[in-house]
Ligand binder design. Structure first.
Ligand code: NAD
Length: 357
């Protein structure tokens, strides 16, 4: 195959990776020129946040532990006010996409630099994309002020991530890479990262299931999450992400689980239009078929494969199909009002947990 034309912009970010790399926190805060860091977490991860604050001593401004899914505007306002009152000059987000999202909401408003310490595989730390929920409606946008300046990936911190969430969060990461391989603005660097990221996660998830605190498996998974998150941050997403935003946003389904259930079905919809992407995904998974390989990875590791098992009502499928085709994203095989029945059928199969087809 001859080289294709592309545009590639590298993002200004520093990544520190390795088991035990949290020990470099003070050095990294110093490198940002920060003196008073506000540490963010969910209530469940308050212990980890306090440990981070303790490590910083007088350079910690405080801990704000009220991060929740989808960044409600009220929480964002409260956190911004706390940051202002404490005179914070940096935010440290330790946790998954919800906590990183709260950090982004503060940065969007104040320009404070963010240091992210991801403990799931969602990948938000590698993207300039933010989300804010106001009056039940989640709005997303892109702004380079919210891109974390520094990311510390310490696999030790992901050892406590429950196996179920590890598997679904890992497949959430794979979804970024899979759609990156057929993105309209894809490029050869992201293709390499995507294939390597899928392979690392496909290797790691069964190993985590067998031994959740295996540090090699946790390292592989976090490495894969970094690669897949980078793809999400650099190229556009398509049908799969549109369906997941619709199902997560309008029907309040859990983020990582929705990605896990929908991905095989979105891939088969695009398979004929994207043979090269399917070959690379299947190669990374070590399977003959990309869509079936993803569903097997989920099922074999105890993850849900049916929307009905994660809270979706069958009676809502019509509305979900209507919303999904209303403002479609670019997709290698177009989907819009004319494809509404095909999308509705896809959702039915995903709801019932049938094989992709
Ligand atoms: P999450 O951040 O909501 O975390 C889920 C739960 O797991 C929380 O209770 C959290 O405290 C807990 N947890 C996280 N790490 C843990 C660990 N190591 N040990 C024990 N518990 C741990 O879930 P998520 O899937 O990481 O993030 C989902 C959110 O992130 C969604 O709102 C999604 O829209 C957003 N997101 C945004 C982007 C972006 O680029 N902007 C990318 C991916 C996801």
């Amino acid at each position: 195959m001859t080289a294709r034309d592309f545009v590639y912009t590298s993002q200004p970010q520093r990544v520190v990776f390795g088991a035990g790399s949290l020990q470099h926190l003070a050095r990294e805060i110093d490198a940002l020129g920060a003196r008073r860091a506000l540490v963010l977490s969910t209530p469940e991860q308050r212990g980890q946040a306090e440990r981070v604050a303790d490590m910083l001593g007088t350079h910690a401004a405080g801990v704000f532990d009220r991060a929740v899914m989808h960044v409600p505007i009220e929480t964002a306002r409260e956190a911004r006010e706390v940051a202002r009152q404490l005179g914070a000059d940096c935010a440290i987000a330790i946790g998954g996409g919800s906590t990183t999202g709260l950090g982004k909401a503060i940065a969007l408003d104040s320009g404070l630099p963010i240091l992210a310490i991801p403990t799931t595989y969602a990948g938000s730390e590698m993207t300039p994309i933010y989300g804010l929920t106001e009056a039940g409606i989640k709005k997303t946008g892109k702004d380079f002020r919210v891109l974390p300046r520094t990311v510390i990936y310490d696999p030790e911190l992901s050892r406590t991530l429950p196996v179920g969430l590890s598997v679904t969060s890992g497949i959430n990461a794979i979804a970024h890479a899979a759609e990156g391989l057929y993105a309209q603005d894809s490029n050869p660097v992201m293709d390499l990262m995507a294939e390597e990221g899928i392979a690392a996660l496909a290797r790691a998830l069964p190993a985590i299931r067998t031994k959740p605190d295996d540090i090699d498996a946790r390292s592989d998974a976090l490495y894969g999450a970094w690669l897949c998150g980078s793809v999400l941050g650099n190229v556009g997403m398509a049908l799969h992400h549109k369906l997941c935003h619709t199902l997560g946003g309008s029907f309040n389904l859990p983020h990582a689980e929705v990605h896990t259930v929908v991905l095989p079905h979105a891939l088969i919809f695009n398979a004929q239009a994207t043979p090269h992407a399917m070959t690379r995904i299947a190669r990374a998974l070590g399977t003959a078929s990309a869509p079936h390989g993803i569903q097997d990875l989920a099922r074999d590791n105890g993850a849900p494969v049916a929307l009905r098992d994660i809270g979706m009502k069958e009676s809502d499928l019509d509305l979900a199909a209507d919303i999904a085709v209303r403002n479609p994203y670019w997709n290698p095989k177009p989907f819009g009002p004319a494809e509404r029945n095909e999308i509705r059928a896809l959702l039915q199969r995903a709801w019932a947990g049938e094989p992709p087809g």
